[in-house]
Every structure is written in C-alpha cells, then in structure tokens.
Design a protein around this ligand. Structure first.
Ligand SMILES: [Zn+2]
Length: 297
C-alpha cells in the first residue's frame, strides 16, 4: 500500500517536472479551428475586402521591428471594409484630426481629410463595425462623432475592449463613460468567435488587452487574416520579431506566439493573405495584386 502511494507520488512529481520543462505557449491558434468557426453562421460569404489609408505616421523601421536599421518608413493608418452582397462590415473606424495629432507627439504628420471623410461615410453606411483593438487610430471613429449613438448601436466590442476604454484608454479623448459603454454590443469569448458568414474573430491580446485578429473567407475561396497591430511591418512576421517602441507596452510572449502563427500561415497556407493595419508597402502591394480594393464602396 505504502509502496503504491510512494510510486504515485513519484509519478506525480515526474509529471510536474515534465510539464514545467515544456511550458504551454503563451498564445497559439489553429487555422483549421478558425476556418471551422468562421463557417458556423449560415449565409453567403463576402465578395471582397477594401482598404483605405486616411493618415500616416513617419517612424523609422527600428520601432516596428526590434534590431532593424533606422531606415525611414511610412506607417499607414487604415480601415477595412468587408463587402457582402447585402451590406458591408467595417473592421476599425478611423479617427479624427485631433486624435491623429496625439500620435504625432508635436510633429505634424500627414492626415488626408478626403479619405477620412470616406471612412466616416463607410462607417455610417456599414451594417456592423468590429475593432481589431482599442487604440485611438482604430476606435475613435465611432467614439468621437456626433453620430455616436447610431454607430455604437451597431459596433461590437469585446468585454476587454470596453474595459480598457473605460479604465485605461490610450488617450483621454477616447475614454468611455459607463453610460456610453452601455450603447455598444458587447461580447466575450475565449479563442474564436463567429461574427458573420465566413468571418471569425481570433482573440489575440498582446498589443492591447482587447486585441483580436479577423479571419475572413471570401465567396471566391480566398482567405485573409487581418492581424491589426500584432506587427506593424511584415518583416516582423517574416522574422518573428516584435516591436521596439518605448511608447507602447506589449505582452511579448503572446506577441511571439501570434507572430509565429502568422509566419506559419505565410509559409504553409498559400491561400491565406495576412494583412497588417499599418504596413504601407504591403498595402500598395496588395492593391496592385488586387488582393485588396483601394476605395470604399
Ligand atoms: Zn494601430
């Protein structure tokens, strides 16, 4: 009897040591599971995805990819429009000039009022709005607008995004009051969430607590992962290297897991296009290849 107890204890300890030697990755995802979740909601899949750049930041490459040379680099500030036969869904919502100025930190950076107006128009026309994460350049378009009530009523935020915006917003301009927070559609999920036909959210905290990627399968069979700010430049995905930007705090092990996932998609899933929010070179390439449309409908 005693012997059995000791043996059981030894096995337990060995098990614990093995578990400690192989810690679970800080973040992981399986594209097969994502595809499955994206297929749960019945209905016709989207036809195409459009991107619009409404502002730019000028930041040398070393901020986007740790260890990269200080080469000049343009960070596009963008929003995306997913086009279905019977309506559109916006991924992110743009920002007004005042929030744009916050990002310049005293340096004047390009802001394109005509394109910003187009984002505003597309956000108002959209059936639904989802956010990659709760930073000003992505969410201000639904918060700092006279149409707040109308837009919040069709904007889906995660519980975590709401929490950040109420308690620790990136800037005071986007802070939500309790009364404002109640107007949004709030969801909570662990890994993946089917948000629309062909579309799934992938929870990916790291850049902000409420960050998520958006998987989209088009009717044509083409697939996309809109990765938001997991990386600012595709070189970060190619080399699985995080950012080096002192003004943001990231969960680095989680970001490593997310970069590893995106890198795996790039190498092994030829049908999947990884799209970042801020990589200007990539934006121009994808428009040229017709992987993304260059205007909102
Ligand atoms: Zn951003």
């Amino acid at each position: 009897m005693m012997c059995k107890t000791v043996l059981a204890l030894v096995l337990l300890v060995v098990g614990a040591v093995q578990a400690a030697a192989q810690p679970a990755p800080a973040w992981s995802a399986d594209i097969k599971d994502v595809r499955h979740v994206a297929g749960l909601l019945p209905g016709a899949k989207p036809l195409r995805i459009n991107v619009l750049k409404f502002a730019e930041s000028r930041r040398t490459k070393n901020f986007s990819i740790k260890g990269a040379p200080k080469d000049p680099s343009i960070q596009a500030r963008t929003a995306f429009q997913v086009v279905y036969r019977d309506g559109t869904i916006m991924i992110d919502s743009g920002m007004d000039l005042q929030v744009h100025k916050f990002f310049g930190r005293g340096v004047e950076e390009p802001y394109f009022p005509d394109q910003a107006k187009e984002v505003e128009r597309a956000v108002r026309a959209a059936r639904m709005i989802v956010m990659t994460h709760e930073h000003g350049d992505h969410v201000a378009g639904v918060i700092r607008t006279p149409q707040f009530a109308e837009l919040a009523g069709k904007t889906i935020l995660t519980r975590t995004q709401i929490h950040t915006l109420m308690t620790e917003p990136q800037m005071p301009e986007i802070k939500l009051t309790a009364e404002q927070a109640q107007r949004f559609i709030v969801i909570d999920y662990d890994k993946y969430y089917p948000i629309a036909p062909g579309m799934a959210l992938i929870k990916s905290p790291g850049h902000t607590p409420g960050s998520q990627m958006v998987y989209i399968a088009l009717e044509s069979g083409k697939e996309y992962v809109l990765a938001g700010d997991v990386a600012w430049h595709m070189d970060g995905v190619r080399t699985v290297t995080g950012k080096d930007a002192p003004w943001i705090v990231e969960d680095e092990p989680a970001i490593q897991g997310e970069l590893t996932f995106l890198n795996g998609l790039m190498r092994n899933e030829k049908n999947v296009t990884v799209v970042l929010s801020h990589d200007e070179e990539q934006r121009l390439d994808y428009i040229k290849q017709k992987a993304l449309g260059d205007h909102f409908e």
